[in-house]
Design a protein around this ligand. Structure first.
Ligand code: GUN
Ligand code: ZN
Length: 451
């Protein structure tokens, strides 16, 4: 069936400005693609406009949005660890390598049991969809069966996702690491084949090459992954990058031939347009220049930067944007205690204000329009999906959240008053809203939350 929505629509333009449309019309075809986007149409003309589309009446559902509702694009979480779903909130304030050893590795080891994995992953995928995250780039655990199960769940539940078997052949406990480089690469190939089997065109789910970080990979493993990336030019790649001083120092110790992480990952063929680099807290001028030239995207993870790891407010988000480096937001759930992209948007603002103060005003804080862009179109660019998602354009997929602020959707945080304009309501939603305000969620036109 076709679907039409008439009412307020808010989304980002490529220049990061918000486009606020109080009375728009969107029409979506049965394949989930936007076929009509009229930016301004009086309510009284909606019926005529829909009739003129020549779609039989029983083949189209028309939704007239209620006065408290508006549509926004679905959110993109560019960095998320599915096996850390149940450990969110644990180990706050620890240094990254200590947190991995004490909290994360013992937890992720449990995903050797596929039944455990399916149980937790089902909760994770449902949880993100409920919060309007229509696209997620996931790190799985090191286990093949669990990772394939995560991809299956994303597909059946209807979430757009990158799913990666986490590669880690060293500097992890014997009970939780790949038995050898060969094993690590073999399982990776199996996951790639499985995911191609269930979604041959990568319409919804794709495998993402996932060297956890250089510390957990031998040269040979990094080289092997680089060779797969070269062979399969459509596979995205993700890793942790210049996250914390403790991690950077350990990396230099393990790879004395490289002065920085750009040169390191690039030498193994892992940097390019498809690369999603998480954190990027400490970047030299040289590294900024290189990732710009290489076309890498940055997953800014402001919650975990402040709570585990130690990147604090160091990520130069404004400088990335000014330099034309692609940047999106990551919840980094569960290093990030929150899996809400709204929380990531707020925390990105807070971190940017701290930078503004520390730089005596030289580094301007981020606006609501800018963090909303990072959470939607910016994230789509980081995932090289900007032709398909991120904002509303004819020809793109309909990935969207219907936001409501009244009745059962009022929540406890947001209070909308009579006379509030659309922009005011939107601002209140971004700063105080939560999943209760997300009435319905759509991915590729399919309803994945709500009725
Ligand atoms: N570096 C290597 N693994 C991880 C992880 O699971 N979370 C974070 N935040 N950093 C990492
Ligand atoms: Zn991470």
């Amino acid at each position: 069936k076709h679907i039409a929505f008439a009412g307020p629509v808010i989304h980002s333009l490529p220049n990061t400005d918000l486009e606020i449309l109080p009375s728009a019309l969107l029409v979506i075809n049965p394949a989930g693609t936007i076929t009509t986007f009229t930016k301004s149409i009086p309510r009284s003309q909606v019926a005529t406009a829909v009739e003129s589309l020549d779609i039989p009446q029983d083949k189209i559902t028309v939704h007239l949005l209620a006065p408290d509702q508006f549509l926004i694009p679905g959110f993109v979480d560019t960095h998320n660890h599915a096996p850390q779903w149940a450990q969110r909130g644990l180990g706050q304030g620890m240094q990254i390598l200590d947190w991995l050893s004490a909290v994360t590795f013992p937890n992720e080891a449990k995903f050797a049991d596929p039944a455990h994995a399916r149980r937790v992953y089902a909760r994770c995928v449902d949880g993100l969809l409920r919060q309007g995250i229509t696209t997620a780039s996931y790190y799985g655990s090191a286990h093949g069966a669990a990772t394939c199960a995560l991809a299956d769940l994303c597909l059946t539940k209807g979430q757009r996702a990158f799913v990666g078997k986490c590669n880690m052949s060293r500097n992890a406990p014997g009970y939780y690491r790949d038995a050898s480089v060969e094993e690590s690469l073999r399982v990776t190939e199996e996951c790639i084949a499985h995911i191609r089997g269930i979604d041959p065109e990568g319409r919804l789910v794709r495998h993402v090459l996932t060297p956890r970080f250089a510390i957990s990979c031998d040269d040979e493993l990094l080289r092997g992954l680089g060779a797969i990336a070269k062979r399969d030019a459509d596979l995205p790649i993700q890793t942790h990058f210049n996250e914390a001083e403790q991690e950077m120092e350990a990396t230099r110790g393990l790879f004395p031939g490289f002065e920085n992480e750009v040169d390191l990952y690039e030498s193994f063929g892992l940097l390019g347009r498809r690369s999603i680099l998480a954190h990027c807290c400490y970047m030299s001028g040289y590294e900024m220049e290189r990732i710009k030239q290489l076309g890498c995207g940055v997953a800014h993870c402001p919650v975990s930067n402040m709570t585990v790891g130690g990147g604090f407010m160091a990520a130069p988000v404004r400088a990335f944007m000014k330099a034309g480096i692609k940047v999106g937001l990551g919840t980094d759930s569960g290093g990030g205690f929150s899996s809400s992209i709204l929380d990531a948007m707020r925390q990105a603002m807070i971190a940017s204000y701290a930078r503004e103060v520390a730089s005596q005003g030289a580094d301007k804080g981020l606006s609501i329009a800018e963090v909303f862009y990072l959470a939607t179109l910016g994230g789509a660019e980081v995932c090289c999906l900007e032709d398909r998602i991120g904002n509303f354009v004819v020809g793109k997929a309909f990935d969207a959240v219907l936001v409501g602020t009244a009745g059962e959707h009022e929540g406890v945080m947001t209070m909308v008053e009579e006379g509030d304009g659309l922009e005011t309501v939107f601002e209140k939603f971004v700063m105080t809203g939560d999943d209760r305000n997300m009435v319905r969620v759509y991915v590729q036109g399919r309803l994945v939350k709500g009725t």
